[in-house]
Design a binder for this molecule. Structure first.
Ligand code: ATP
Length: 263
């Protein structure tokens, strides 16, 4: 479903600020795979997600989504393939639009202009049902402005919207990191639910090792633009935070974010 083949990206090449963010990264996700990505600060995790979403053009290598080479497609053209939730709860939704207007926009994503925007009774009923599945009572606030929701509620809505059009690949970029522990737990549980119900192929970056172990069926660790450790389903099932800390310790020069010790 997703192939990242020898992908490299260097920022400011040939200058004093040169940063090799990705160095020949190779990663393949089969349909329904849910891969968690951990790594030291500046390891290239967000750059990898940006390369897949088309936000960033890579220097070399090939990216395929659902069998189509997408290197030449920009972020907008890839939108029908990709669902994404960012760390910032403000990033995924439009605060001045209502919940139902945001959902309509999500539905329109990747479709031709003018299609799918109108809010008829059938669509509203469908939105109500989807919102009810979040169990946050948002189905009774469909005409409220999204700006009035809490960070956790907005992140839950972003997640629902990102999964709405059954994207070929779901990208979650530390999407629980800005939330308090209780809300992070809620969004984490919703993530599992939405991903498994939709059978979504998912790549999730997190600094929380416990979460990286608990969610998904595979795990990769990045360091200095490379994948330095991988755990398949069998290995991951037995993995502990202690094992991961040991792997980090084995990587020379790796520095851990404080957040890595959470959970
Ligand atoms: N737009 C950019 N311009 C210049 N350098 C960048 C840019 N984006 C990322 N970098 C650099 O590329 C490297 C990888 O950054 P990236 O954000 O992908 O790491 P990360 O693993 O997501 O880190 P963190 O966990 O700290 O968010 C870093 O050295 C970073 O400074």
């Amino acid at each position: 479903m997703l192939t990242v083949d020898k992908v490299s990206k260097t920022f400011f090449p040939g200058t004093v600020n040169e940063r090799k963010a990705l160095s020949g990264v190779e990663l393949t996700l089969d349909e329904g795979d849910f891969v968690t990505v951990i790594g030291s600060n500046g390891a290239g995790k967000s750059t990898l997600l940006n390369a897949v979403s088309g936000r960033l053009a890579v220097d070399s290598g090939r990216i395929e989504i659902a069998g189509s080479a997408v290197n030449k497609l920009g972020e907008h053209s890839r939108a029908r393939y990709v669902g994404r939730v960012f760390q910032d709860p403000l990033a995924g939704t439009a605060p001045n639009l209502t919940i139902e207007e945001n959902l309509s926009l999500a539905l329109r994503r990747g479709k031709r202009r003018g299609l799918g925007r109108s809010l008829n009774a059938k669509r509203r009923a469908n939105f109500r049902e989807e919102l009810a599945s979040l169990e946050l009572g948002l189905e009774d606030r469909m005409t409220s402005k999204v700006g009035l929701l809490s960070g956790g509620q907005r992140q839950a809505l972003s997640l629902l919207m990102a999964g709405f059009t059954a994207p070929k690949i779901m990208l979650l970029d530390e999407h629980t990191a800005a939330l308090d522990p209780q809300r992070a737990e809620l969004v984490s549980t919703l993530t599992e639910k939405i991903v498994s119900q939709g059978g979504l192929t998912t790549l999730m970056v997190t600094h929380n090792m416990e979460q990286a172990i608990r969610l998904g069926n595979r795990l990769v660790m990045m360091h200095e633009g490379r994948i330095v450790y991988t755990a398949d389903a069998e290995k991951k099932a037995k993995l502990t935070v202690r094992d991961l800390l040991q792997e980090f310790a084995n990587i020379k020069g790796a520095t851990l974010s404080d957040k890595a010790f959470l959970g």
